[in-house]
Design a binder for this molecule. Sequence first.
Ligand code: B4P
Length: 186
Amino acid sequence: MRIILFGGPGAGKGTQAQKIVDHYHIPQISTGDILRETAASASPLATKIKEVMSRGELVSDELLKEIVAERLQQADCQPGFILDGYPRTTRQAHDLAEILQQRNLNLDAVLYIAVNEQELVTRLSQRGRADDNEETIKNRLKVYESSTRPVLDFYKEKMLLQKVNGVGTVDQIFVLIRNVLDAIKK
Ligand code: B4P
């Protein structure tokens, strides 16, 4: 099963990805986690990435393409994968299509975890990660509206989009996600 978890900042992509990993035994590829690891490492890119993320901006499409292409080649992705937080721009959606096409792979679904803006702000304010301060949250929401939300149309056209109500308890939302994924597996 090859799926994308899509949603606004703080929609619960990472939270639900963990539950999908436990239930379906496919790896989670969180570009946010990979970037945070790189930012904390001795990589020459660390300072640049840290700066971009702390402003609530998106890291470059080119770097993300390299990261994702490399990660998808690893053996654990053979049975499938959950892309958590990628793609976040239409450029990235095209890049992903190219990466998958080169390896003759298709996506099964794009799960859109729909959460209203007010709820996103509440969740992020409570989480308290380095990029969860008021100003950065505001900018991340702006970037989401202008650069990331249009990706929905890309997948709607490809008939891959599955919308799930992302407001409720983590377990309630996971039941909705399981309903979608179990139908795909049949
Ligand atoms: P990410 O790491 O992807 O994080 P996110 O969008 O902020 O959060 P997520 O949706 O995973 O929410 P979570 O489960 O944690 O991105 C961070 C940054 O990395 C981006 O701003 C960007 O700079 C960079 N980046 C990442 N991918 C990129 C890409 N492809 N291109 C360019 N740049 C990229 O949940 C949030 C909070 O809500 C948690 O505290 C959680 O406990 C809580 N929560 C979850 N579900 C809940 C529920 N049902 N009810 C109440 N609270 C809930």
